[in-house]
Design a protein around this ligand. Structure first.
Ligand SMILES: *[C@@H]1O[C@H](CO)[C@@H](O)[C@H](O)[C@H]1NC(C)=O
Ligand SMILES: *[C@@H]1O[C@H](CO)[C@@H](O)[C@H](O)[C@H]1NC(C)=O
Length: 284
């Protein structure tokens, strides 16, 4: 009887310890602004998931902010640019606005075009799934680095090229006074063709093929999602990691940083050829 009691006590203690450890271990996102200008990161939590706060904040150039992310969180992050209060006192941004009129997005997602970092933490087999997506277009370069992971490939992903300068005609989004290209639309948004949107007759991986536009994005940013079914080379996994999400990373510095890491990804993070391709690409 005494032995049984001791076993039960030990077992209870073990269970308590384990649940304590798993509760304490929370993923961290370190969000870094390496842009020369202020950005306004936005965060949207997926349906039926614990909300990650804040849902938006201001991040000055050169600054970072670390957030503790709820277990099993799923959602997306992006950054608004060139935000200012309008005459009515509402915050309005030149790219990736969430339409809330405030610093907090409060459940509103980015209005495309926006470069998106997408996460599903503690998913299948305890793995985190993450990607950087250009499916909703592009507004600024982004890099996601997994740190301290213990399983999965844990490769870095992102889009390190300035696609605004290289954006094909017909897909560019300029600032209201036309002074600057602030974002680049996806072909789906720019032309609305089901063939580019993977909708209607093109709504399966077999029928929706890469287009010349998605291929342009893919060549510039080989690990990013370039169209809706670009899963194979664009989704990454890691277990038990923290993530650094860098806006406007320096492309070559990042490559040096990543050169020392074991990278499981099939494609390179940076296409050296594309780094030098400017506005002439696809425009002639
Ligand atoms: C365009 O608008 C921005 C912000 O209002 C301003 O800073 C910039 O100088 C303007 N550019 C031109 C060419 O008017
Ligand atoms: C790099 O860009 C060039 C030129 O667009 C392209 O031919 C090549 O396939 C790209 N490489 C990768 C890995 O995407």
């Amino acid at each position: 009887m005494v032995r049984l009691l001791i076993s039960i006590t030990v077992l209870t203690l073990l269970i308590l310890t384990f649940s304590f450890v798993s509760e304490v271990r929370s993923t961290k996102f370190k969000i870094v602004n390496k842009c020369r200008h202020t950005i306004w990161p936005g965060i949207l939590t997926g349906a039926n998931r614990p909300v990650l706060y804040p849902t938006g904040f201001v991040l000055n150039s050169g600054k970072s902010r670390t957030l503790s992310v709820p277990r099993a969180w799923s959602g997306r992050l992006w950054a608004r640019t060139l935000c200012a209060l309008d005459s009515g006192g509402k915050l309005s941004c030149a790219s990736a606005d969430c339409g809330s009129g405030k610093v907090q997005c409060a459940g509103s997602g980015a209005i495309p075009p926006a470069t998106l970092a997408e996460f599903t933490l503690n998913g299948d087999q305890g793995l985190d799934f993450y990607d950087v997506s250009l499916v909703d277009g592009y507004n600024l370069p982004m890099l996601v680095v997994a740190r301290g992971g213990k399983g999965g490939g844990c490769s870095s992903t992102g889009c390190l090229v300035d696609l605004n300068r290289a954006c094909p005609a017909g897909m560019r989004v300029a600032r209201a006074n036309g002074s600057e290209i602030v974002a680049c639309k996806s072909a789906c948004e720019a032309f609305g063709d089901p063939m580019y949107c993977c909708s209607e007759n093109y709504n399966t991986p077999d029928t929706c093929q890469p287009s010349i536009y998605s291929t342009f994005f893919k060549h510039a940013c080989p690990r990013s999602y370039s169209y809706a079914y670009d899963d194979k080379t664009s989704t990454f996994t890691c277990a038990g990691a923290d993530y650094i999400i860098i806006f406007c990373p320096a492309p070559f510095t990042s490559q040096k940083l990543l050169g020392r890491r074991r990278e499981a990804a099939e494609l390179p993070l940076v296409n050296k050829t594309m780094m030098y391709i400017g506005r002439h690409h696809l425009s002639g």
